[in-house]
Design a protein around this ligand. Sequence first.
Ligand code: ADP
Length: 461
Amino acid sequence: MSLQIRLAMFYAVLVGAALLAFGLAVYNQSTEILMQQIDVRLESAIKDAGNALRWQNSETMITYDASILLQLYDSNGELINATETTQAGFLPGEVIDPEGLTITLQTRQEYSAELVRGNLHYKALSVPVMVDQFNVGVLQAGTSLTAVDRLRVELLRSLVLIGLVITVVAASVGYYMARTALAPLATVTEIAGEITRSDDLSLRIPEGRNKTDEVGLLIAAFNETMVRLEHLFNAQRRFIADVSHELRTPLTVLKGNAGLMRRMNHLDMEALDSMSNEISRLTRMVEDLLLMAQAESGRLEIELIPVEMDSLLLEVYQQARILAGEKKQFQIVDIDQLIVLGDRDRLKQVLLNLISNAIKYTAVDGEILLRLYNAGDEVRLEVKDNGCGIHEDELEKIFERFYRVERSRSKMIDYDKKGFGLGLSIAYLIMVRHAGRILVESEVGVGSVFTMCLPKFMPEN
Ligand code: ADP
């Protein structure tokens, strides 16, 4: 059964139950009031008749209410007198309530009862007639309950009818409201099904007018999940395409050289060198990918210990001098004694990557300057070059996996030194693990500044 129907039914049952309780209360209360009125009428008729008997000291019976039959009995239960009644059903001379008569004679207590005789439903009241503490007889009064019964039936019919109408209206309103509220869910189901069928993650659910209710929030959350999924899926697809693309060139070179040597039937040193270079490149790439996978899944082992950044900078500087060669100006212009909490090898890897990029993308007579300084709570290590620079549009992309700026690459880099576009992605991930970041400023033709920023280590003492 659909949620709409269940909600509508629940609503209708709730309204129905409330109406039933209300109807029962109204019916009982009304019946009670009507019966109390009958009792009052019977009692006052008997009282009037008793008073008349006492004053006139005779057995003449009078009643002002023609719908009430009065009967007077002596102490032996013999009928002495009776009024005439207009009401059908009472036979002249017949005792109104024989059982009431007997009981009242015996107990000398008032007795009232509801009786049915033939078609007649009536109420009877028996009252002892006392003279000087002696029971001299019984007065009985009876009146038909037909009018009361008719009123009860009318009331019941009206209550049932009104109750049914209101319950049906409640069910319809409930169904309509549930349908309106749940309509967007049908769209969600439909679009989710379409995404599965067509494998199209770019589909989104149209947002309704009300974005803050539960359904609106569900749609927003669903769409957000889809954006994230699409992004992840595309990244995955691009990653596979990039890896395959990167693998193709070295494998082609390896295959070509191997084929060449086989055809010539002798070992060619040049071909062997080229093959060895390709294998080194492939090995680097696989190592980089492994490192990145570890960093992305949070499995990269990072041992946090106090690291003296000045000694780290000097160490990397010595190594990189060889890379820079003699034709580039490469120097440290500022070096403060600063300590950070981090993994020395990983931080060294980041710095080496920034410096080797600076060397790679700077012309032969270029200038590379290194600075280590303190900036508030941060330790900053700056690598500044006057190389080709990076275009503004590309600045935010250089930290993406496999991203390389084609122009700079083709201009300055020979094939052997060509990177995979993984260096900065790995550097970024390592810095994030150290609660740090990399700042970059660059201008095409002027140069670039890459800055490692790390929280300063403050020993507690
Ligand atoms: P790669 O291995 O290709 O150098 P990286 O991830 O280290 O990959 O860098 C991504 C891209 O950013 C590079 O291809 C290059 O275009 C650009 N880049 C990085 N550092 C510099 C720099 N100092 N000057 C100019 N371009 C740079």
